[in-house]
Design a protein around this ligand. Sequence first.
Ligand code: SF4
Length: 371
Amino acid sequence: MNAQPKGWCPGAYRPMMSGDGLIVRVRPWMGRLSSAQLDAIAAISDQYGNGQIDVTNRANVQVRGIHTKDHGAVLDALAQANLLDANSVLESRRNVLISPIWQEGDLTCRLADELVRRLEELPDLPAKFGFSIDVGPVRHLSAASADIRLERAADGRLIVRADGLDAGRLVAEDEAIDRVMDLARWFSARRDKQFRRMALVLQSQQPEGTWQELTPTHEQSEPQPELTEHGQIVGLPFGRLATKLISEITLKCLGVRLTHNRMLLLEGISGFGHDDAITQKDDPLLRVDACPGMPHCISASIQTRTVARQIATKVSGTLHVSGCEKGCARKSAANTTIVGRDGLIDLIENGTVQSTPKIKGLSPQQLLNEI
Ligand code: SF4
């Protein structure tokens, strides 16, 4: 087992240690899990984890609470379910977000297939460096983190765009991945320890030539709870994929597609409802991040998700409830951040868990009065 310190992008081969044990992150192929794979993940969580399964903002799944001694067995189980790359290098390079709106054999699939087949051609890239394939008539990944984006222009033509530039390079399908490789090499030759993302490098230099020909289509829409032509999209409270929900899903559909905003597209079904799924667009829990907290994590001193449910309707904007100052569930600032400390609560406005609290040491009841 080769656990990495925080700040790395955890994977299955290189899990991250958290307060509740190892986090083993799985990158589903095409952002899709068959029902059999969902069952396999639930079984791994039951046998080796603490029952907590999350969907991440990279459309991955992470199983929490794995003991170090069980990491090898978890890898074996993932391999049996066809959820493991050949090695850790390929796993870390396969940082590819795919729009959930695709069908077998279409342009999205063809581009994703070629990019994944050619991962070994990529230069050495930072762990968080990623790609997005968002080539439908409506962009669904414009708010997702990616460094090189495959998109369509307003007139439907295909472009490769460096994140941070307003426009991209016009490409034909059969050269698109070649140009992705070119852009990755351009970045790799210029990045350093400080500038580890495309948009940061582009602040000081830009690629020469025809890399800014066409802007992407303005048609864009974040995945949200609704019915699509491919099935029903449901949200997950706190990104949690409950094992009871998995059981229900696997009874009813052949597979799910994961989105970067922690939702599931349930293939081919409509009218789905479950206590652990969000089916309404205006559900306040869609704005909330909360780590597992007590009793699942030994570092937690509050019941994060209970607190989150109590106050979600009382706050506007984004809410982050963290069981301790590590802030596993969210790194970016939220409108309201709650941090557990020795059983009491610090309240932070417009900041992260590292920001100076507006009020420290509140009891849960005092927090309710304060919000
Ligand atoms: S932030 Fe939450 S999950 Fe992470 S270590 Fe702290 S209590 Fe545990």
